[in-house]
Design a protein around this ligand. Structure first.
Ligand code: ZN
Length: 174
């Protein structure tokens, strides 16, 4: 594994442990040449995926890129790193199990938006504003209306449970 700091190929594994609910192995490494420390992950990959960009260009799917865009949307939000990790793993599993080997960047974007919408409204607006390339205030208003309706749905759902109704009564949700 090439050292990200000096490019040396000599690194030693200092520590190795399961992570992300045993779906990955996390290895702490130290570079023998510059002493730099870094972490690598070994994961199961169910299938090779290709992303078809808006331009029509095809690139290999990279979990790291997906994770980075999710992390940017969630920057400084009160969400634990483990939950972000689980969210990304869930997204990747959905993509890998879709039966398609090619996915469009638009499909990935929609999937991420749906997940963030459940997790954190602020991150959802951030991601949507970049992904959908908001140009004016009305774009924001449409998304804020969605969030307002999510929140009132949630309140309704919580009230339903609080009142002791059986959980099989479906809460208003579109
Ligand atoms: Zn190094």
């Amino acid at each position: 594994m090439r050292c990200p700091f000096c490019g040396s190929e000599n690194s030693q594994v200092k520590d190795s442990r399961p992570s992300d609910e045993n779906s990955a192995i996390r290895r702490r490494r130290v570079c023998s040449d510059c002493g730099g420390r870094f972490t690598t992950f070994e994961r199961v990959q169910l299938r090779e995926l290709t992303v078809v960009k808006r331009s029509g260009r095809r690139v290999p799917f990279e979990r790291d890129k997906l994770e980075r865009s999710v992390q940017i949307a969630l920057r400084k939000r009160p969400i634990e790193p483990e939950r972000i990790e689980r969210l990304v793993t869930g997204l990747v599993r959905q993509l890998e199990s879709s039966g398609e080997t090619e996915i469009t960047s638009a499909e990935i974007g929609e999937l991420v938006m749906a997940a963030l919408r459940e997790l954190d409204p602020v991150a959802y607006v951030r991601f949507a504003s970049v992904y959908r390339d908001f140009r004016d205030a009305s774009d924001f208003q449409a998304v804020l209306r969605d969030i307002a309706s999510d929140l009132s749905d949630r309140r309704l759902r919580d009230d339903t449970y609080a009142a002791g109704s059986p959980p099989d009564v479906p809460a208003a949700k579109k």
